[in-house]
Design a protein around this ligand. Structure first.
Ligand SMILES: C[S@@+](CC[C@H](N)C(=O)[O-])C[C@H]1O[C@@H](n2cnc3c(N)ncnc32)[C@H](O)[C@@H]1O
Length: 271
């Protein structure tokens, strides 16, 4: 089993558009977007602040940041996926954000980095759970940052993720396939304090937010549909099982019996 987010450009075209649309949709409104704004509130910026997002995908977090903070400094969206960056670049241009928002292909796992001690803030918004070695990524983030700069790590404890249609057997199969096929590091947020300590980072703030839905499933229906389809397309889940599960999920929403939860955590470190 491999995490589809490790190689987005290597996924079938259909998965690429499912992933980019899902990344956009989950951050355009609702609780997930609220959690993001909660950590935005903890970040002080001015028009000289230089931000790097590692694993920034389509740039939706950057666009939200600019709008919410009325930000006029520099926000660089970087990602491994050329396709997501292309999508994001076009979107930023259409929204006239291309003066503040720029796009750069960076492998957060690379041995060498350019632009050392260059940024004031590095944001990793649901990146660290998808990389093969979180310590390497964090080490690289530190190299990018100026002295006293901040590193923000926002991610989920995916080990705890549960989307329950009420059919226990199907829920087990699909939730496990999603965790294995979409999250390389489902428990990484439990290990971050130890990894960060080993890298001499100072924890200056943290937050926890539970994304919980009962009966309704505004967030989890989109998540369940997109991620189960992505694991089907990457041949890590049988299509018939995924379809049956989605249909059970829909029934549980109609009957208002759906249960879903996922804890999201933010760590803010100073270098
Ligand atoms: C779940 S997405 C998050 C995207 C964006 N931060 C957001 O929240 O919309 C994870 C992203 O990490 C990227 N990624 C995975 N491995 C990477 C690596 N080694 N270096 C840079 N980006 C990577 C993927 O291409 C993907 O865009």
């Amino acid at each position: 089993m491999t995490d589809v987010f490790l190689d987005i450009d290597g996924q079938p075209n259909e998965s690429l558009s499912i992933i980019s649309e899902r990344l956009e949709a989950r951050s355009l409104s609702g609780k997930f977007q609220e959690f993001t704004k909660k950590y935005f509130d903890l970040i002080k910026v001015d028009n000289r602040t230089n931000i790097l997002e590692l694993g920034g995908g389509t740039g939706i977090i950057g666009r939200n940041f600019i709008e919410y903070k009325n930000f006029s400094g520099k926000y660089t969206v970087s990602d491994l996926s050329a396709e997501l960056l292309k999508y994001g670049k076009q979107k930023a241009k259409r929204q006239n954000l291309d003066k503040v928002l720029n796009f750069k292909q960076i492998d957060a796992m690379a041995n060498e980095i350019s632009n050392k001690n260059y940024y004031d803030i590095v944001i990793m918004h649901t990146l660290i759970s998808h990389v093969p070695d979180p310590k390497i990524v964090l080490t690289n983030a530190i190299k990018h940052i100026k002295k006293s700069g901040k590193i923000i790590i926002f991610d989920a404890d995916y080990e705890t993720l549960l989307m329950s249609s009420g059919d226990k057997k199907l829920d087990d199969i699909v939730n496990n396939a999603i965790k294995k096929g979409c999250v390389a590091q489902p428990k990484v947020m439990r290990e971050i304090p130890k990894i960060a300590k080993g890298l001499d980072l100072n924890l200056i703030n943290y937050q926890a937010n539970l994304l919980f839905e009962a009966g309704e499933a505004d967030f989890f229906y989109g998540m369940g549909k997109a991620l189960s389809t992505a694991v089907v397309k990457s041949k890590q889940l049988d299509e018939i099982i995924a379809k049956e599960w989605i249909s059970k999920l829909e029934k549980s929403i109609q009957r208002q019996t759906f249960f879903g939860m996922c804890p999201y955590i933010t760590y803010i470190y100073e270098v």
